[in-house]
Write a protein that binds this ligand. Structure first.
Ligand code: CP
Length: 315
């Protein structure tokens, strides 16, 4: 593994999940692997889980960690190639990123989409600038279009909880007051679609995700039909891909409630968090024994740790 930015950077997903599960059993086994190595965590956007879990993962491997909130603390960066920099941006990204690469052995970067220009967001300009200019391995801490560390933690969680060899996994859209990125559902569809799962995605019309991520999924616009017999229900809001970044529906009936969960095969409820309670999911579901959300967040440590371990071993 040279970088970790999507499922395509992983040779064998099952092996990686298994390795993460072994690390979970003995998290300090490789505590000297990262000795005298520095991880830089660069945030253009807010985070709780990604920031803390990746920091803990690095510490378990003996790494030092530096965190920078570029969006708040850093110089405003220019990403346009050849820009005449007489505006607000004080530094070009190619200079700033190359400098960060001088201080760190691995860099993690979080950068959300602006949800205004689909081509620009899907070109992953920020993430690809880090890959181009840092000269060290790059870990996506959630990019404009994907959230691979979350998806890996989701797979670890489902492998821990599954009761059948090929569980039915339902990714369900739910309404939200703000327009959110497609990164989590894109990534979840990509990782689950590559594994031994029956994946069904349910959403109102006009919320189709990019086909490149959903080719191994069945799309069902009737949420009740989709939920029937599910082993896992993963709720998430996303904004429209076709009418890019827009909210096409705020239908509250898509909320995951106890009544909806009765349609399933005693499914586990999943969400990447943060979640709007009683908007995306009712308290009765997220507080129930079938809720896997805290386990998922806990597994973020081991998804980050297995990735950092591989990058330290191979670079
Ligand atoms: N799930 C997740 O990535 O959470 P944060 O945005 O808090 O990091």
């Amino acid at each position: 593994m040279k970088h970790f930015t999507s499922v395509q950077d992983v040779k064998n997903i099952s092996d990686l999940v298994l390795e993460a599960q072994n690390i979970k059993k003995n998290p300090f086994l490789h505590q000297n692997l990262g000795k005298n190595k520095t991880l830089g965590l660069i945030f253009f956007n807010s985070s709780l889980r990604t920031r803390l879990s990746t920091q803990k993962a690095a510490q378990n491997l003996g790494m030092s960690v530096m965190v920078m909130n570029v969006g708040q603390d850093g110089w405003q960066l220019e990403f346009e190639e050849g820009a005449v920099m007489n505006g607000a941006a004080a530094e070009h990204a190619k200079d700033a990123i190359a400098v960060m690469g001088q201080y760190c052995d691995i860099l993690g970067v979080r950068s959300f989409p602006e949800l205004k220009n689909r081509d620009l967001d899907y070109s992953e300009r920020v993430l690809n600038s880090f890959i181009k200019y840092a000269n060290v391995p790059i870990v996506s801490l959630e990019s404009a279009t994907l959230h691979p560390l979350q998806s890996l933690a989701d797979l670890i969680t489902m492998e821990e909880l599954k009761k059948t060899a090929c569980p039915k996994v339902v990714l369900s859209w739910a309404a939200h007051p703000r327009a959110l990125p497609q990164a989590v559902p894109n990534s979840f569809a990509q990782w689950v679609g590559a594994g031994n799962y029956e994946l069904v995605i349910t959403h109102p019309k006009d919320y189709e995700l990019a086909k490149e991520f959903t080719k191994n999924a069945m799309i069902e616009h009737d949420q009740d039909k989709a939920l029937a017999g599910a082993d896992f229900v993963y709720a998430k809001n996303w904004s429209s891909y076709s009418d890019y970044g827009k909210i096409a529906s705020q239908d509250p009936s898509w909320q995951i409630t106890s009544e909806k969960m009765k349609l399933t095969n005693k499914a586990y409820f999943m969400h990447c968090l943060p979640v709007r309670r009683n908007v995306i999911v009712s308290d009765s579901v997220i507080d129930s024994p079938q809720s896997a959300v805290i386990r998922q967040a806990g597994n973020r440590v081991f998804s980050a740790q297995v990735v950092l371990k591989n990058l330290l071993e191979n670079n």
